[in-house]
Each structure stands twice: as structure tokens, then as C-alpha cells.
Design a protein around this ligand. Structure first.
Ligand SMILES: C[S@@+](CC[C@H](N)C(=O)[O-])C[C@H]1O[C@@H](n2cnc3c(N)ncnc32)[C@H](O)[C@@H]1O
Length: 260
């Protein structure tokens, strides 16, 4: 870790984008980000992106999928600055609004959005029940919540391997189980709830990422970000691949509809 006050500081942004693609702070790039919305009508929709990171997804939602407007919210200044720059450079600043927010209830009126989207960010929000209620509140009737997140397979105490992984990440993870997410969405009033386990996909991708970090791209990455930093990332990836292999770390796509 660097000494920054931010979890996603400029060093981490640059490293993660190197690994995952420009503007992406989560695995799979534009393809996986779009898959979260598979089968949903995005064209002409007003979308909220929770935890927008450095903004490539907002651009993708507008340019590739035809959204009408995207509001991206995030809690960290460096990623908001990067996302704002990206929207400007793409000439989309009139249709992308980036807002730095504080954790807690959303500062949006009821029924504001057609789609509430999120990619691998709500892991940072501990109260999944309050989150589900807030997402429901700001969705228009008939609107969809469509998210990807990193889940833990059960509600028991994390295994020692999982505890070691969470500690290695040092990113304030608040992982929840598929059962807890389903319950939270049901209790908030959502219908058409689906949860799709992406562990098989990310398990294979993460193995490849570890090969890149420790093998084919090690020299370039160590030169660019420092040997200690990359050695630290390799340890984190080793801890992560262990819990991906066991299935305890199970990224999911989550979906629910506000009845309308
Ligand atoms: C793994 S990154 C993913 C960013 C982006 N969605 C992507 O896929 O490229 C997680 C993001 O969630 C943000 N975040 C953390 N806590 C948050 C909160 N309470 N509300 C909104 N965003 C949050 C972080 O600052 C970070 O930008």
C-alpha cells in the first residue's frame, strides 16, 4: 500500500487500469461490464452507476449501449477526478454527471433512475439491507437494479484463507453471501431477483492475471510501479486465487426489478 489517504489512489488506479484496461478498476473490461446488463434495454435510459471508479463504464453505457444519461457516484476524490476527465475527453460531459458522495443514503429523489448499475463496488458498503432499500427507492417503477459484486459463499466466519485474503486486500471489504443479498432484495420489495455465480469465469481470469504479474509482465510492472508494490500484489493475488479455487470467494451478477 502507499501512504495515501485514499484506498484507490493514483498509484492503484494506474496499476489496476494497467491490468484491467484503461478506465476499469475491476476485472473483465467493457465486455464483463456490459454482461451485467445482458438482456436489459439500456437505450435511452437514465442510469446511476454506484462506485463509478475512473469512469470507463459510464462512457461505455452511453457510447456502446445507448444510455441517455449516466450519473456516476463514488466516495474517493482521485477516481472522481479521473472519471470527470474521461467524460470530458470523450466529449460526453453533458450526458455524464460524476458526483463525489459520502457513504449512506443516496441524495436523489424517489423514482429518479431507470437502471441502478454497479460493478464490484458495493463490496465496500456493509449494510446491504439499507442499500437494497435505497436502490429500490430511487428506481422508477419497472426499473432494474443490475450489479456485479464480490461475494462470500456463506454467512459463517470466513475461513482462515479468506481472512488472510481480505487482510491482504486492505480495501475495507464487506463481503456478503448470495443468501443475504437475495433476502435484502426480497425484503426491499424487488421482484425477478436473479443471482449468477461468476466464480468459474473469474477463477480462470485471475489465474491468468497472476501469471502476468509473476511471469510475463513482472519486469515491466516492477519497473513501472516498484518491485515492492508488485510483490505485494502478487501475494494478494495468490491469496485471492486460493479462495477462488475453493469457491468461497464467489463474484456474482445480481439483479432485481422494482415492480411497476
Ligand atoms: C473495485 S472499484 C470499481 C470501480 C468501477 N465500478 C469499475 O468497475 O471500474 C470500487 C469503487 O467503489 C468505490 N466505493 C467505495 N465505497 C463506496 C461507497 N460507499 N459508495 C460508492 N462508491 C464506493 C471506490 O472508491 C472504488 O472506486
Amino acid at each position: 500500500m502507499s501512504d495515501s489517504e485514499f484506498l484507490y489512489d493514483d498509484l492503484h488506479i494506474a496499476f489496476l487500469e494497467d491490468l484491467w484496461g484503461e478506465g476499469f478498476l475491476s476485472p473483465g473490461g467493457a465486455e464483463e461490464a456490459a454482461r451485467v446488463l445482458d438482456g436489459l434495454e439500456v437505450k435511452g435510459k437514465r442510469i446511476l452507476d454506484i462506485g463509478c471508479g475512473s469512469g470507463a463504464i459510464a462512457v461505455m453505457l452511453l457510447r456502446d449501449l445507448g444510455a441517455a444519461h449516466v450519473t456516476g457516484i463514488d466516495v474517493e476524490a482521485p477516481v472522481c477526478a479521473a472519471a470527470t476527465r474521461r467524460a470530458d475527453q470523450a466529449g460526453l460531459s453533458d450526458r455524464i454527471t460524476i458526483r463525489e458522495v459520502t457513504p449512506g443514503p443516496f441524495d436523489f429523489p424517489d423514482k429518479s433512475f431507470d437502471i441502478v448499475y454497479s460493478k464490484d463496488s458495493i463490496i465496500h458498503i456493509p449494510d446491504k439491507e439499507a442499500l437494497a432499500r435505497e436502490v429500490f427507492r430511487i428506481l422508477k417503477p419497472g426499473g432494474w437494479f443490475a450489479a456485479s459484486d464480490w461475494l462470500i459463499a456463506h454467512d459463517d466466519t470466513p475461513s482462515p484463507e479468506m481472512q488472510a485474503y481480505i487482510k491482504a486486500e486492505a480495501l475495507d471489504f464487506a463481503m456478503a453471501s448470495p443468501a443475504r443479498y437475495r433476502r435484502a432484495l426480497e425484503q426491499a420489495g424487488f421482484s425477478d431477483i436473479t443471482l449468477k455465480n461468476r466464480n468459474p469465469w473469474y477463477r480462470a481470469v485471475a489465474r491468468d492475471e497472476l501469471d502476468r504479474l509473476s511471469g510475463s509482465e513482472n519486469a515491466r510492472l516492477s519497473e513501472r510501479y516498484g518491485k515492492d508494490f508488485i510483490d505485494g500484489q502478487i501475494s494478494t493475488w495468490q491469496a485471492m486465487t486460493a479462495v477462488l479455487e475453493s469457491g468461497e470467494h464467489c463474484p456474482h451478477h445480481l439483479r432485481g426489478r422494482r415492480p411497476g
